[in-house]
Design a binder for this molecule. Structure first.
Ligand SMILES: Cc1cc2nc3c(=O)[nH]c(=O)nc-3n(C[C@H](O)[C@H](O)[C@H](O)COP(=O)(O)OP(=O)(O)OC[C@H]3O[C@@H](n4cnc5c(N)ncnc54)[C@H](O)[C@@H]3O)c2cc1C
Length: 615
């Protein structure tokens, strides 16, 4: 192989991933004068962010003027069961309103209140209507706006180009080897910094709301480059995925349905969420249908319906009903909006849901209930970063959006991902700018590293025979679904880890047929390494955390354990190539942040009213 035959592209910074996080980071770099390349493995505009339905959370206070960053922060910490990185959750809550207003200045057309402000809707775990939205197609508007802005800003975009692995100059980032998906040709990016914004890894499970792109590439690449992964045990199962028909099982039904008044009932037509209100949320949740109705009608003194409890709580409650034999015919629960809103309202507020059920399930949600059940949706964990700069422990490597850990702790509130990617995308961009400004020249290029990366990709094609990548992926999905699912035990997880190790052996001999052009089997095989790193890290972290917290439920260690609140589980690669999982002591929180998070809602509301008066 002659490395000089491979095209080399130079930029100050490469952003890997063109969802909301990558685009916002790239805009920041470009605005501050860096030559910025944006690399994505699908077409620009096709990232996961485009699928976001319900909205973006920000304490604008347009619908309920009691809202304030402090309440958003408190909701986020409580939703995350206090395992969130305190500083990241603070920055997220403080900066989200500005990021949303900035989108509006850049041309995003949000739904409006009667007085012409950005409209906000209710969502699980948020005290007030907080989600700025565009019907149920919010992600599309966000991506469109960021793309327009980014392109006009002069960002260079490299589409259908898969990042394989990073190049380093000693401990520092110096570039990346990638592959054009269409032609199978390789390309070398030389740069001073890389921002990872590759999203999550839901494709390791069988039932997921995630698309083909979510193969955990950022986790795998960061891990191989020496970065750490954190909180990987916290994988969110969204309570409402479609359960029928089988071909679309897992497809998301937005929480916006419940935000607009939708209720969950079991096969006995009982609203079972009233029996599933955790102690921590009891004081803020309606305990009768009467009160929930008043809340829906806009009574500010009434408390929120239990259908809007956090996702972990609702997902477990649905599972409980199914286990007890009170599920819907296809193993879920019924979600009813038809009897709650007029057909006209439903079509206007939830157009994608109406269309999705009509086309995929031949069901009219303005007339009939939907059948829904838990689906793997989101990674709270991810690449471990510094809270203010978003830099990993590898100098020059940054991460933001779903691929980074910290903001959401043990469980994410709906709407907090879009706000996270806007806030942390900007922070990562600024972090990279500061880093590059302090290190002037382009790092040297080590061709041996590039050759090794290319060889490990081409070996998959060049083997005489070997394992089928699709079968390895299918086996992995079965394993993760059964052993590392919504409820976990030591035995299940130990078997899960053993299963992953067997699949590693199969992967070491994986073979894709055909040539390098237009070869989806080869792409599948390449993604497998990252899926396996992702799966192993989730299983090992889940086995280590001996408690139940947020999205991580251990039936052999029920309930939250105070001792475990002191630790994050951190994953890194050992010198011998094996994976190391470690309990790492968390820093003490800033006392002021701790005070805000622990205040009763009544006291915080009084304080916020006072803050607003003084302003
Ligand atoms: C159906 C659905 C509805 C949702 N609704 C909401 C909502 O209403 N509110 C909310 O806050 N959150 C919502 N979420 C979650 C939210 O959409 C995602 O968490 C968020 O969009 C992630 O953004 P991101 O920028 O981190 O990653 P993404 O938008 O997924 O972008 C990842 C990018 O990385 C690229 N990439 C990955 N690997 C590679 C590689 N190896 N090489 C090159 N490129 C690569 C991809 O091509 C893509 O461009 C929803 C998620 C789903 C699935």
């Amino acid at each position: 192989m002659n490395i000089n035959d491979i095209k080399t592209i130079e930029h100050d910074v490469i952003v890997l991933g063109a969802g909301g996080a990558g685009l916002r980071a790239a805009i920041e770099c470009s605005m501050q004068g860096l030559s910025t390349g944006l690399v994505c493995k699908s077409l620009l505009g096709k990232a996961h962010t485009v699928m976001a339905e319900g909205g973006v959370a920000a304490s604008l206070g347009n619908v309920d003027n009691r809202d304030h960053w402090k309440v958003h922060f408190r909701d986020t910490m409580r939703g995350g069961k206090f395992l969130n990185n305190w500083r990241m959750a603070e920055l997220h809550a403080k900066e989200a309103p500005e990021r949303v207003r900035e989108l509006e200045e850049w041309g995003a057309v949000f739904d409006r209140t009667k007085t012409g402000l950005i409209n906000q809707r209710n969502f699980g775990g948020h005290r007030y209507p907080r989600l700025a939205h565009v019907g149920d197609r919010t992600g599309l508007e966000i991506i469109r706006t960021l793309q327009d802005r980014g392109i006009h800003q002069g960002i260079e975009v490299y589409m259908e180009c898969t990042g394989l692995d990073f190049l380093k100059d000693k401990d520092k980032i110096s570039g990346m080897v990638a592959m054009w998906r269409e032609t199978g040709e390789f390309v070398i990016f030389r740069c001073k910094a890389i921002i990872l914004a590759t999203g999550g890894g839901g494709k390791a499970w069988k039932i997921t709301s995630n698309s083909w792109e979510y193969t955990g590439d950022g986790y795998g690449m960061a891990y191989e480059a020496g970065a750490e992964l954190m909180d990987m045990e916290f994988t969110q199962f969204h309570p409402t995925g479609m359960v029928w028909p089988p071909s679309v099982r897992g497809t998301l039904v937005t929480e916006g349905v419940r935000g607009e008044g939708g209720i969950l009932v079991n096969s006995e037509n009982k609203r079972f969420m009233y029996d599933n209100i955790p102690e921590r949320f009891a004081a803020e949740t309606a305990d009768s249908e009467d009160e929930a109705e008043k809340w829906l009608a806009g009574d500010k003194d009434a408390r929120r319906p239990p259908e809007l409890l956090t996702r972990d709580v609702v997902a477990r409650a649905i599972r409980k009903e199914v286990k007890a034999g009170r599920g819907s015919p296809h193993g879920g629960a019924f979600l009813d909006i038809a009897n709650r809103r007029t057909a006209e309202d439903i079509k206007r507020k939830l157009p994608s849901m109406y269309h999705q059920f009509k086309v995929l399930a031949e069901l009219d949600i303005t007339k009939d209930s939907m059948e829904v059940g838990p689906t793997l949706h989101y990674f709270m964990g991810g690449v471990r970063v510094d809270s203010d700069s978003q830099m990993t422990r590898v100098p020059g490597l940054f991460a933001c959006g779903e691929c980074a850990a910290g903001v959401h702790g043990a469980n994410r509130l709906g709407g907090n991902s879009l706000s996270d990617l806007l806030v942390c995308g900007k922070l990562a961009g600024s972090g990279a700018v500061n880093y590059i400004q302090s290190s002037t020249s382009m790092p040297p290029f080590d061709e041996n590293q590039a050759i090794a990366i290319i060889r490990s990709a081409t070996d998959i094609l060049n083997r005489e025979s070997g394992e089928n990548p699709y079968l390895i992926h299918e086996n992995l999905q079965d394993l993760m679904q059964n052993n590392v699912g919504i409820v976990r035990t030591d035995e299940l997880l130990s078997d899960g880890i053993k299963g992953v190790m067997t699949l590693w052996n199969n992967f070491n001999n994986v073979k894709a047929d055909g040539a390098s052009q237009f070869n989806p089997g080869w792409h599948e095989a390449i993604a497998l390494r990252n899926l396996l790193i992702t799966s192993e890290s989730v299983a090992r972290s889940a086995k280590m955390r001996e408690e139940s917290r947020g999205a991580h439920t251990r039936i052999d260690f029920e309930g939250e354990r105070d001792e475990w609140l002191k630790y994050n589980v951190v994953i890194r690669k050992n010198l011998d190539g094996s994976m190391l999982a470690e309990k790492v002591l968390r820093k003490d929180p800033d006392p002021e942040l701790k005070r805000i998070a622990k205040l009763s809602i009544e006291d915080l509301e009084k304080e916020v009213t006072q803050d607003k008066k003084e302003k």
